[in-house]
Design a protein around this ligand. Structure first.
Ligand SMILES: *[C@@H]1O[C@H](CO)[C@@H](O)[C@H](O)[C@H]1NC(C)=O
Ligand SMILES: *[C@@H]1O[C@H](CO)[C@@H](O)[C@H](O)[C@H]1NC(C)=O
Ligand SMILES: *[C@@H]1O[C@H](CO)[C@@H](O)[C@H](O)[C@H]1NC(C)=O
Ligand SMILES: [Zn+2]
Length: 309
């Protein structure tokens, strides 16, 4: 009797687990979940030709003059948001009063949720990369067209979703606006845990729309089912985070299996025939780094002179 029971529970476990997707970091002999290379076996769309994330090769991006500035709505409002650990990541739900216009988008989109992708304390974990460089962490803000009431409804529309992506860069100073997000993550350690942030302003953790320039391409959701319905915006400007804060983000949560939730990013996908556009002419992108390099050179030249003189 017991052996029959345990056999059936093993079979049940196998049935449950083999249908589960997971990140590379989750895969182990004990967990037979499907890692990113096998997502397409259970979710065929993950094997499509317009998948995300991608590596952005700046030498090949094309300027598109239709990519104007964004207009953020509701970013200044104080809202109550909830965060939940759903086993692969933690989602912060946003009210539909948070909206997005401009930015070369054909219509208004409303926010659904935001979440983060990270690696480990010292391993970068952004999903997109620029010229092969992976950033420590990446923020995604997911929006759907105003006319839809859910993400599911947007699935039949090739531009149903607009996703904003911000990279983080490690700075010496902590990002104090990000403290509440980190604190909330600390409260949802286990799969299924939920917490709230009262009086949250999205504007506090982002940069003003007028200061932003960006890359644009069409792609997919970066988790299964990988629907190819996303207009991606990857911002040139990065958000700051200290090493200590990053360690808190990457060290607080657990997967469904109670293993540490680290390495939650999908590997890079092929660009195939797609083109990545940029909102600024390459000239203006180069002026700043050029000047900066010049200053650096001058600085080092002067310092060297002093040392030797
Ligand atoms: C796999 O399961 C065994 C027995 O339950 C356990 O002792 C071991 O630590 C597990 N290994 C991993 C990598 O989770
Ligand atoms: C946020 O929650 C607080 C406390 O529960 C409540 O007093 C307030 O009215 C809520 N604000 C909004 C905008 O819902
Ligand atoms: C979080 O989830 C764990 C495991 O399911 C549970 O034991 C714990 O009570 C939950 N904590 C909160 C604050 O909901
Ligand atoms: Zn994401």
């Amino acid at each position: 009797m017991t052996s029959v029971l345990s056999l059936s529970s093993v079979l049940l476990a196998l049935k449950l687990c083999s249908g589960e997707w997971c990140y590379k970091s989750q895969f182990s002999c004990n967990d037979t979940c499907k890692g990113p290379d096998h997502w397409h076996m259970i979710f065929p769309k993950c094997g499509g030709q317009s998948q995300s994330p991608i590596n952005i090769v700046t030498r090949k991006v094309r300027h598109d003059s239709k990519l104007n500035g964004f207009i953020f709505e509701g970013h200044e409002d104080c809202v109550n948001i909830t965060v939940d650990n759903h086993g692969h990541s933690a989602h912060f739900t946003l009210p539909s009063s948070v909206r997005l216009r401009g930015g070369g988008l054909l219509t208004t989109y409303k926010a659904v949720q935001f979440h983060l992708h990270w690696g480990e304390e010292k391993e970068p974990g952004s999903e997109h990369s620029v010229d092969g460089e992976r950033y420590p962490m990446e923020l995604h803000i997911v929006h759907i067209k105003e006319k839809y009431s859910s993400l599911q409804e947007a699935e039949s529309d090739t531009t149903g979703v607009a996703a904003l992506a911000f990279f983080f860069e490690v700075t010496a100073q902590p990002n104090k606006h990000f403290e509440r997000v980190i604190e909330a993550l600390g409260k949802v350690r286990y799969h299924g845990n939920t917490s709230a942030i009262l009086g949250f302003r999205l504007a506090d953790i982002l940069l003003p729309a007028s200061t932003l320039s960006y890359y644009r391409y069409t792609g997919s959701m970066t988790t299964p089912g990988c629907d190819q319905i996303v207009v991606w915006t990857v911002f040139h400007q990065t958000l700051p985070i200290s090493q200590k804060q990053l360690a808190l983000v990457t060290g607080q949560l657990l997967f469904r299996t109670e293993k540490p939730m680290t390495g939650i990013f999908r590997p890079l996908q092929n660009l195939n025939s797609r083109i990545v556009y940029t909102s600024v002419k390459s000239d203006s992108v180069c002026v700043l780094p050029g000047l900066f390099t010049l200053f650096l050179c001058l600085f080092y030249a002067l310092r060297q002179q002093r040392c030797f003189g």
